[in-house]
Ligand binder design. Structure first.
Ligand SMILES: [Fe+2]
Length: 107
């Protein structure tokens, strides 16, 4: 049985098979190129507008599908923030130890 603090940190729904979340990007933001090793990622645009790899514009209701290890970069429209919901699917051990692979290192 997890400790109460661990339950709070993991959220109200605990699963070994999927990670769900939301991410809010500021207007004009660029989410650097990255990939998710052995994880399938889906985004649903909830508000604002984004582009992935400068291919098309995704508006509310649009879905973006990234197969495992697919390199992707997200840019946000300059007029308003963008709210995206995401789902990561993968093997249990991969989800527990997931690390995004960025094309450049942090300083
Ligand atoms: Fe991603």
């Amino acid at each position: 049985m997890p400790t109460p603090s661990l339950q709070v940190r993991r959220g109200p729904v605990i699963s070994d098979e999927i990670i769900l979340g939301v991410v809010l990007f500021a207007p004009g933001c660029t989410y650097p190129a990255h990939a998710h090793k052995a994880i399938t990622e889906s985004y649903v645009c909830l508000s604002g507008a984004v582009s992935e790899n400068h291919q098309g514009v995704y508006v509310p209701g649009s879905m973006i599908f990234n197969p495992p290890d697919h390199l992707h970069r997200i840019t946000v429209g300059k007029q308003e923030p963008a709210l995206l919901a995401y789902a990561w699917l993968g093997e249990k051990d991969v989800l527990h130890n997931q690390k995004m692979v960025f094309t450049r290192t942090r300083k």
